[in-house]
Write a protein that binds this ligand. Structure first.
Ligand SMILES: [Zn+2]
Ligand SMILES: [Zn+2]
Length: 333
């Protein structure tokens, strides 16, 4: 039987409606078309070593110019640009502004066919080091209020570029959807005197059946009101509203846990397309008692249709308990 479940933070409802015919492994990506293995180096790829001149001037590099491990460059095809102003102006009764912002590409490895799932933990540490360094740098811009770090993996997730990369976009805009989420968290804190994310984590650890990995500092789980099959959260146990507040010890564990989580996806679901998002409080907000930074991974295995778009209610055909059980069972050391 299907059931409605409420998201503990947003108060939004989802419908968990398991399709009996579908086992977790049936979500694994089926390959079609060209299946030739990708090369380690592609002479035409702007992100491959030797082609550094094809990208804009780098803003960050881990390693030497000729033997870098991670590079960050401004996004050549960005939707926003720093050479403009965040000032709003009116057009009649409507509001607009220049496309101000900073968009960068984090090239995660010199190897064209690499992926975080296949890296060593040290390799993932280098990528997270770049995340933190760029987050810190972009936050310093007084016109920047929101820094979003994300990773699109595969065409269904919005990228056709093979070379492993993440992106960071800094804007002066904070969307109502972000504020509404924060507002709900604030109401919870005002009512119960606790951060709702800390409470949710405590409850998930108590109920246990949606936990994929529990580390000393981080918990990986498919949360109670997941919108899609295998929707996964990585949440720090220590309350902290900003990603920048992560300690060295936490960063080391996060690298290991992120690698294992993505390897489980890679092995169990056949390298699915997915979006990974690092959510953190707006930079100008300071440390907040009610907000809690986190990583969300949404595999693109189903497509939201008219009902989801019209009602905002997602129908999830894989109960998160089963998603978590499946992911726990995938070997990924
Ligand atoms: Zn490449
Ligand atoms: Zn918290």
């Amino acid at each position: 039987m299907s059931q409605f479940r409420q998201n503990f933070i947003t108060k939004e409802w989802v419908i968990i409606a398991p399709e009996r015919a579908k086992r977790p492994d049936q979500f694994a990506k089926k390959f079609s078309g060209d299946q030739t293995p990708k090369p380690e180096h592609d002479p035409k790829c702007p992100f491959c070593p030797g082609n550094e001149a094809m990208t804009p001037q780098e803003v960050y590099r881990d390693g030497g110019p000729g033997d870098w491990r991670v590079r960050v460059v401004p996004n050549k095809f960005a939707a926003v640009s720093p050479d403009s102003s965040p000032a709003r102006r009116t057009v009649g009764r409507f509001l607009e502004a220049d496309g101000f912002g900073r968009a960068e590409v984090i090239i995660e490895s010199p190897l064209h066919n690499h992926s975080i799932a296949m890296m060593t933990t040290d390799g993932v540490k280098n990528v997270l080091g770049a995340y933190k360094a760029r987050y810190e740098e972009l936050s310093k811009d007084e016109n920047v209020d929101m820094v979003t770090i994300f990773r699109n993996n595969g065409p269904q997730a919005g990228t056709s570029l093979v070379h492993p990369h993440s992106q960071v976009i800094a804007t002066s805009m904070i969307q109502p959807v972000v504020r509404n989420l924060m507002q709900q968290a604030l109401f919870y804190h005002d009512t119960y005197g606790q951060c709702p994310y800390c409470v949710m984590l405590e409850e998930e650890l108590k109920q246990k059946d949606r936990i994929v990995i529990e580390g000393k500092h981080f918990v990986v789980f498919c949360f109670f009101a997941s919108r899609t099959p295998f929707e996964t959260r990585i949440i720090p146990k220590r309350h902290n509203s900003h990603f920048l507040g992560i300690t060295k010890e936490e960063m080391d564990e996060l690298a290991e846990i992120l690698r294992i989580t993505l390897k489980k996806f890679h092995e169990g679901l056949n390298d699915p397309d997915y979006n990974l998002i690092v959510s953190s409080s707006p930079v100008s907000d300071g440390e907040l008692h009610y907000d809690h930074w986190r990583i969300t991974i949404i595999p693109r295995l189903t497509t939201p249709a008219g009902f989801e778009l019209g009602s905002g209610i997602f129908i999830n055909i894989m109960p998160p308990e089963e998603s978590a059980k499946f992911l726990r069972g995938v070997k990924a050391d």
